[in-house]
Design a protein around this ligand. Sequence first.
Ligand code: ADP
Length: 348
Amino acid sequence: MQRIGVLTSGGDSPGMNAAVMSVAKSARYYGLSLIGIKRGYNGTLCKSHNIEDDMVELDLDTILDIADQPGTYLRTARCLDFMRPEMRVHAANNIHEMGIEGIVVIGGDGSYHGAMELCELGVPCVGIPGTIDNDLAYTEMTLGYDTAVNSCVDDIRAIRATSRSHDRPAVVEVMGRHCGDIALKAAAGTGAEICIVPEVRWSVQDVADHLSRLVAGGNPRATVVVAEGAWDAMQPFAWQHFLRDQGVNVHDDDVFTTNVLAKVLKYKCHVEARGTILGYTQRGRTPSAYDSWFAFEAGNLAVNLLRNGIGNQVIGIKDGRVYYMPISEALAQKRDFNLQLYNMINTL
Ligand code: ADP
């Protein structure tokens, strides 16, 4: 084997550059040349006027300079064209023409499906789970999750400081798509009193009752941490009707958001609840030591697998150690939500 490729795909996550750095270091060590494929699978389709905008020989010195930076030097994007079988054949031909004999794919479950398809077309791929969401069951942590949780903990602590000053509750929305793990760990890590996640059905009335009990018990500054995907698990509630009854101006096309939840709690619990959506700060932080360590070991293992002719695998963490398993088996695993921790947060 003489040449491999690396790409980052889907949403960015802290640690992607560190993983590319590790791949680059390992490739240099084993005497392999390394092609950086730009903007996820888009680069494999070679649609740009200049090939360097799609695939470029990676210079280790450049990568070393940015290894500790958040974001991804290779850029990332979704690629709808890649969902079409004939475009994937085109991509595989381009990859073969460039002399690339294996690819390290850094991305989430969608990117893993793309990697599996490329394997079927004769391009061995190894996946590294680059996503803050922690939504892949086969690994204890995805790359970027630890950094995202730490980012939330920093921000929620700051919000709790002003909540304390004003004796008013806060409702804080964190990311994670359909997975409540960021919310769960961020809530546990800050002593937040209420946590709402997509994995557990919940009702606004229960949250309001809980908050009212906290306030009556002497805690008017409680924090509600809500996962961005939690609205799907909310029991139906005629919130527009409720808010109009309180004299609030509500439009028919308004949607239920964190700020609306804060407003509903304000009237139900008679408190000055304030909503904050933490948003993309969670994706743009400098990778934690844990994520940088994982990226380092995962990048090296990925290159070693490809060198040894082992493709169609993904890398994860099990019992605190980096390991690998077939992509299809990894994707078939069901996530095990930590209900015990959820109950602990919401009942203590
Ligand atoms: P993530 O990798 O973070 O889950 P997406 O689900 O958006 O992000 O997937 C990233 C990219 O992976 C998509 O834009 C597409 O190019 C590719 N992809 C996703 N699903 C498939 C699939 N079933 N077959 C082939 N390619 C896919």
